[in-house]
Design a protein around this ligand. Structure first.
Ligand code: ZN
Ligand code: ZN
Length: 449
């Protein structure tokens, strides 16, 4: 066999079951994996694409004659998963733009298509690149159109038509103004109620990366992280944050070297020592505790009481029925020692579906018990999904944008979580880790039983 297609065919034809070490179950798993792979072909994580998209934009902006150039499409809307790179450019000769694109390392198949006034190419990872050429006087409209989403642009176009306005302007903001609306940030342009919010003057002032004061959900070599406690604290300081919440895995996470009680005591002693050495970053003692199958936490209360905060996460038994999974998580949220819910649905973008769970019930429970819900900033997770942020806000739920860092580099994922928060219409006031360190400490203290 030499291709995925052949492997799929072999599975369908039951050719794998007879092989040594293979059974019907293995074959079923392989087949499910192939289908997943095919479903996600052509899709890429935002975090894996943004760097090459930026290098293309830099090259275009540096081309003689260019007056405006920006990302458009999914990249500009900061979608968690993207299929291509789109730009809009005003000014510059097509030949010089082609020349600039050819100068970007590993960009291939550069071509000018005059009939559509577009440059096309392939990015280093093979994503389709499409660059719309326009004149400066129409730049705002072309940028708005290329940014999408389609639903958003259609709704806006209808409003403009109803007002008899021709949407040709250099500046996007002027087009929204002509439609009787304030400027809508690109992240929110998903046809997800943003025009109604703008119309009624309820458009939120979105969270900015610079407003994040500290980070929760970080792992060290005590469990499955790759850096020491001290290295994680140093890296946190280097990023300009004022506090870090350490949360290694709990004892039932044996695969991740989860902490038994003696190792919790050892870590707390080390935290005290590192805190003395590095006093300008406040270290909060936490744990990422497994939610057991019945919704209990996997430490007794007297152990949970030794932490400043407890993240409750599902790491096992993803196959429960929706009803059981929902009950399980809601029960964990009722535990007085639980501070926040980690990666709410367990999804891994482009590789693992969420477990079956009624997220509205979960968010109802989080709101009722005053728990924080994590926006996991790991580019593979980005869970809580931004589509649920509005509902969570209605229920009074606060968020924490957490890197779930397993290395010092992982701490730098926070901005990906901020993107998701912005897409979900989340403001600084909705996010606990925008609090200054003393207020954060007081909040955690107040949440303890
Ligand atoms: Zn986890
Ligand atoms: Zn984690």
């Amino acid at each position: 066999m030499s291709s995925v297609g052949e492997l799929e065919y072999a599975c369908v034809e039951n050719r794998l079951v007879g092989l040594p070490g293979f059974g019907a179950k293995t074959q079923e798993k392989i087949l499910a994996g192939i289908r997943q792979f095919k479903r996600h072909q052509g899709f890429h994580l935002y975090a894996n694409v943004i760097e090459e998209a930026e290098s293309i934009l830099v090259a275009i902006r540096g081309t003689p004659g260019v007056v405006h150039a920006d990302h458009a499409g999914e990249i500009r809307r900061r979608c968690e998963v993207v299929q291509g790179i789109m730009l809009v450019v005003a000014g510059g000769q097509p030949q010089s733009l082609v020349h600039a694109l050819r100068g970007v390392p590993e960009v291939t198949q550069v071509e000018h298509q005059p009939e559509t006034r577009t440059l096309v190419a392939r990015s280093p990872q093979g994503l389709p690149v499409s660059i719309k050429l326009t004149e400066a006087a129409a730049y705002g409209w072309e940028l708005l159109r290329a940014t999408g989403s389609q639903e958003h642009v259609e709704a806006l176009t209808q409003r403009l038509q109803a007002r008899g306005v021709v949407p040709r302007s250099e500046i996007e903001k002027a087009i929204y103004a002509a439609a009787g609306l304030p400027y809508i940030p690109p992240e929110m342009r998903e046809g997800h109620g943003e025009i109604e919010l703008a119309e009624s003057g309820r458009l939120p002032v979105l969270l900015e990366p610079g407003q994040i004061q500290g980070v929760f959900h970080t792992h060290t070599i005590y469990s499955d992280g790759s850096a020491t406690l001290e290295q994680m604290v140093e890296a946190t300081r280097a990023l300009g944050y004022r506090y870090i919440g350490i949360s290694d895995h709990s004892q039932s996470a044996f695969y991740a070297n989860g902490l038994k009680e003696d190792r919790i005591r050892a870590q707390h002693a080390e935290i005290a020592a590192v805190q003395k050495k590095l006093p300008d970053v406040r270290i909060f003692k936490g744990i990422e505790a497994d939610i057991l199958v019945d919704g209990a936490m996997d430490y007794p209360d007297e152990v949970l009481a030794t932490f400043d905060f407890v993240i409750a996460s599902v790491h096992s038994r993803f196959n429960l029925s929706e009803e059981d999974q929902t009950k399980r998580i809601c029960r964990a949220l009722a535990n007085p020692y639980v501070t926040m819910l980690g990666h709410a649905t367990g999804r891994l973008l482009l590789s693992r579906d969420a477990y079956r769970v009624d997220m509205k019930q979960v968010l109802d429970a989080a709101g009722a018990h005053g728990k924080i819900v994590e926006i996991n900033a790991n580019p593979h997770r980005l869970d809580l999904d931004w589509r649920l942020c509005g509902y969570a806000k209605e229920k009074g739920v606060k968020f924490s944008v957490n890197p779930d860092a397993h290395s010092t580099e992982g701490l730098a994922d926070v901005p990906f979580g901020v993107n998701v928060a912005r897409k979900g219409g989340v403001t600084a006031a909705d996010v606990v880790n925008t609090l200054p360190v003393d207020a954060m400490a007081a909040k955690l203290q107040a949440m303890r039983p």
